[in-house]
Design a protein around this ligand. Sequence first.
Ligand code: SF4
Length: 390
Amino acid sequence: MSLWHSVFEQVEPLEGITLDTGLVSQMEQRFTGMTGEKVGRVNFYTPTFKAYATSEIAGCGKSAWPAVSITGGECKLQCDHCKAKILEPMIPARSPEDLWAVVNEQIAGGAQGMLLTGGSNHRNEVEYDNYYSTIRRIKDAFPEFKIALHTALVDMDIARKMEDSGIDAAMMDVIGSQDTIQQVYHLKRGVDDFEKTLEYLVSTNMKVVPHIVIGLHYGRLLGEWNALDIIKRHKPTAVVLVVVMPFYAPEARPFITPDTAEVGRFFIDAREALPDIPLLLGCARPTGRAKAEIDSYAVMAGLNGIAHPSDGMVELAARLEREVRITPACCSIAIGDEVMAIETEDAGLQIDPQRIIELERSRRVKASGGSFGGIKVVTAGAPASGGCCS
Ligand code: SF4
């Protein structure tokens, strides 16, 4: 048994979780030989450590980084894994005037920034044309208010318009398989269009944070490694990995839960390919056992940011001697950090690992029932009820 596997087995909350032993020892060997600016540090975005929170947790909630859709819940593409459902809970701003009003309202409510997106047309473009002057107006009036834009596919001209309007961060999904583009997205565009979009975006001054949706091909991994090669060629500011959550897949085209060891293999390949770029695991991923397995592999592979980690992850990272930081926050703050692309090296609070382990232990004891059962001490209450993913 490898050293990492025995470390894993010491983490109490991971009892009953089984990892691929061959993969764990392979990860250990590969990680040990890795060098790179971003290798070795992990920041957990979690509301669990409220006890450590100062002002960060106070700002945590739906309003810190609201998501706004310029098409409301409408999307022409109707991809098989989403069917536009991701847009439904967002704040609609169907005209530039609405956007101006929404932003003013959100800033008054304490928002620090927003994710601006919308449904796609049949070419996987979000039609922002009428909005650029309003975005410019927002940035001129509120320069501190950060805007992350889901760009979808763009040409150079559109990328420049986005930059000129003052967008802080450009986000896009990179898809590396033609079959996935055609079958899941119903799209007549090529992998090349995704690469060109990334190329155009990184040539601007915007921070660029591409996402890879792992398991996008009906739960199977297909174009992920090609997407990684594309990203490697264009060196964005940070990369966000998410694992497909096919809640809205149509019955006729079901998604399976991605094989967690396969996801783990992809994590270590991504780490190796991008040792100098922050790699973050976003909130979206399967729940339960699969989540605990995926998160364990993410910690072992050395991802730099993990939103809403499963129980035991902080302890696992500490036992693997990583530099552990905590941002006591919900997903919306994690999105904020994606936008900022972890630009400050001191993001998160550095905490003594031993204290973290003790705190996790006492939290579990209290949460497990007995006389402490039900007492909300350091559980995820505030942000979860605030509407964050969890
Ligand atoms: S283009 Fe985006 S919003 Fe529209 S269905 Fe596909 S993933 Fe959902």
